[in-house]
Design a protein around this ligand. Structure first.
Ligand code: NAD
Length: 360
């Protein structure tokens, strides 16, 4: 029986990279019945809202979605459709593997890291108070009653909540991921020396969870600023990193940089019951509709999706096909060529064709 999967093509370059990924996934032979729903700009034009309820309902039903990047139009009341989807479906773990592929220009080789970023809280919770607003002034006065440190009256305030329960579930997720994928070490990243009650709680909880996995997966913790330097100098010392939301966002882009950029960086947002797979990159509006951009990040997100639904062999075959095409550097998009004037540059769909042709 075909597996039902929600397809959200997205905005900008989204529909073209989603199409390329869909074609590659179908070419593995895994039977999929796609339920296509629209969110973002196209949904705004058709339904008057950027995140229609049927998108959320569809993923709740199928439990798995492949999603193209979505622009967040200014002034719609949403901070980001992408963040709204993760919140609505409680996709608390953002998993971003950063793996070197031969043929991609980078200062590093043989990188194989996995970033596990907490997706639901921290400074991304969206609890903010604007400078000058009466409620902001009131909050500043209220805080002054409990803390001697002065907040200037012309401040804006963003709240950073970090809970024991959300920290526990993300660290547990990282350990379970490590066990399932034969990974050897978890590094918890934090700034607990400064933010004792938020990052400190994250670290304390991470240490408690780590004790349950003693003898199975190694554990260490590193302060985020040191981590940034370590990753640039000695990335091979690390394996799976688990981080609160904001550090996870920044460090996963750093790691995308280690492997040669956004064109090849896949991602997944995973909860206890469902998951949405999407590239790390955005909708790159200036390239929309040009059949120009690299579909690899989206195709590799499809590889993660196949693995998640239990189609491990198909996932491996598709990843190997991507590896071969990228290594040959013949049928690849502009960003994977040494020169932008290379007459051999191919388009998004042609690169997908080359990957499909390699599928064994
Ligand atoms: P972006 O990732 O869309 O593009 C930045 C640059 O990276 C592009 O100009 C291009 O040079 C390069 N790039 C990105 N994807 C590529 C690909 N597949 N192949 C080759 N080159 C590629 O980032 P941005 O310009 O900051 O954001 C554009 C829009 O995307 C914004 O509205 C933002 O909110 C949105 N966004 C969405 C998501 C998501 O849907 N998860 C993530 C990030 C940004």
């Amino acid at each position: 029986m075909a597996r039902k999967i929600t397809l959200i093509p997205g905005d900008g370059i989204g529909p073209e990279v989603a199409l390329a990924a869909k074609r590659c996934i179908e070419a593995t032979g895994v039977k999929i019945e796609w339920e296509e729903v629209i969110a973002g700009q196209a949904a705004l034009e058709k339904y008057g809202e950027i995140l229609p309820q049927n998108v959320i309902d569809s993923v709740k039903k199928t439990k798995v979605a492949l999603k193209g990047p979505i622009i967040t139009p200014v002034g719609t009341g949403f901070r980001s459709v992408n963040v709204a989807i993760r919140h609505a479906l409680d996709l608390y773990a953002c998993v971003r593997p950063a793996k070197s592929y031969v043929g991609v220009r980078s200062n590093y080789t043989d990188i194989d890291l996995v970033i596990v970023r907490e997706n639901s809280e921290d400074l991304y919770a969206g609890i903010e108070f604007e400078e000058g607003k009466p409620e902001t002034k009131q909050l500043i006065q209220e805080i002054a009653k409990y803390n001697k440190k002065k907040i200037l009256p012309d401040s804006g305030i963003s709240i950073k909540p970090i809970s024991r329960s959300a920290s526990e579930r993300i660290v547990k997720f990282a350990f379970e991921y490590a066990l399932k994928h034969n990974r050897k070490k978890i590094t918890a990243v934090h700034k607990a020396n400064i933010m004792k009650f938020t990052d400190g709680l994250f670290l304390k909880t991470a240490r408690e969870v780590a004790r349950r996995y003693e003898g199975k997966v190694a554990f260490e913790d590193v302060i985020v600023d040191n981590m940034s330097m370590q990753l640039v100098q000695r990335p091979k010392n690390y394996d799976v990193l688990v981080l609160p939301n904001l550090y996870g966002d920044i460090i996963s882009d750093l790691c995308a940089g280690l492997i040669g950029g956004l064109g090849i960086a896949p991602g997944a947002n995973i909860g206890d019951e469902m998951a949405v797979f999407e590239a790390v990159h955005g909708s790159a509006p200036k390239y929309a509709g040009l059949n120009k951009v690299n579909p690899t990040a989206m195709i590799l997100s499809g590889v993660l999706m196949l693995d998640y639904i239990g189609e491990r062999q198909a996932a491996l075959r598709l990843e190997n096909a991507v590896k071969e095409v990228v290594a040959e550097a013949k049928f690849v998009t502009y960003d994977l060529k040494a020169s932008r004037d290379d007459p051999g540059i191919v388009g998004t769909q042609e690169m997908a064709d080359a990957i499909i042709a390699k599928l064994k």
